[in-house]
Design a protein around this ligand. Structure first.
Ligand code: TYD
Length: 215
């Protein structure tokens, strides 16, 4: 069996990943693919516990390296126990945040050398990267406004960082996308969700093979 594809969604807070992941999942399923959606931090029982340490406001501040190693710990569980097994069964995995979040948040925004994060990944997580990464772009102030006033949830420890932090995340993502244009699909996250979804699908089709609609 051909291994399935691995697609990740990235973007600043409030970029609408959840809506777009659901639309893409439905589209790919309509083309006959078996789709698994998952998220980070989380995706496993241990990962969900680690998530509550990472994002809980009661933790106060964590050292940047603590944050990084917790992100990598939950990713190790997630990759080995969920992502790789699903791909080996030929499924398409869509993950809400992955490696590039660690690069943008713990690297560019918290100040850990991104090159070192890349090296640790290569060493401990077999350098495993998605075939395609959708980067939803929204200006950091607008994204925060959406995330904080959407009435969706209480904002978490990382989301509560100041605007300067979220600007570094945003710039970091753009740098990453420039470094690997063949992996990244850049899509502006403002406007009609269905039109945004169409642009995502267009970019994806150039990077992974999607069965025809009339089969
Ligand atoms: P979540 O509630 O899933 O936020 P969003 O809806 O914006 O995706 O929280 C995930 C938070 O964790 C988000 O602020 C980004 C952060 N994060 C990192 O800092 N590094 C990482 O490696 C990952 C996976 C997430």
């Amino acid at each position: 069996m051909t291994p399935g594809s691995f697609i990740t969604f990235e973007g600043p807070e409030g970029s609408g990943k959840t809506t777009q992941i659901a639309l893409l999942r439905d589209f790919l399923a309509s083309r006959g693919l078996e789709v698994v959606t998952t998220r980070e931090p989380g995706g496993t029982a241990a990962g969900d516990r680690i998530r509550s340490v990472l994002l809980g406001n009661e933790m106060g501040s964590l050292e940047p390296e603590t944050e990084l190693f917790l992100m990598l710990a939950q990713r190790t569980e997630h990759l080995r126990k969920v992502i790789l097994p699903a791909m080996n069964q030929g499924k398409t995995v869509i993950c809400d945040r992955y490696f590039d979040s660690s690069m943008a948040y713990q690297g560019f925004a918290r100040g850990i050398d991104p090159q070192k994060i890349r090296e640790i990944h290569a060493q401990f997580l077999p350098g495993f990267l998605p075939q395609c990464t959708v980067l939803l772009q929204i200006a950091p102030d607008q994204g925060l406004e959406r995330a904080r006033h959407g009435g969706r949830k209480q904002h978490d420890r990382i989301e509560s960082e100041d605007l300067a932090f979220h600007r570094r995340v945003y710039d970091g993502y753009n740098t990453l996308a420039q470094q690997e244009p063949e992996r990244f699909v850049l899509v502006h996250a403002e406007g009609d969700p269905l039109q945004i979804s169409e642009r995502i699908i267009e970019g994806l089709t150039k990077r992974i093979s999607i069965p025809d609609g009339d089969k």
